[in-house]
Write a protein that binds this ligand. Sequence first.
Ligand SMILES: [Zn+2]
Length: 70
Amino acid sequence: MAKLRACRACHYLTTEDQCPNCRATSMSTSYTGVVVILPGRNPNDDPRRSSYIAERLNIDKPGKYALKVR
Ligand SMILES: [Zn+2]
């Protein structure tokens, strides 16, 4: 399995060199904690409305995120 990188801008986890979430190219291999935000019943729902974690991390799309990125 390829090593996941965390986007420094939005904390999205991916194996690519560019963040598919926000298109930033500043990726870090040094991060701690993984958070998975699951999609709601309506995929267009903002997860921040139903998830405390999503609200705290300001995550507006379901996906896999790092808790802390260095
Ligand atoms: Zn990003």
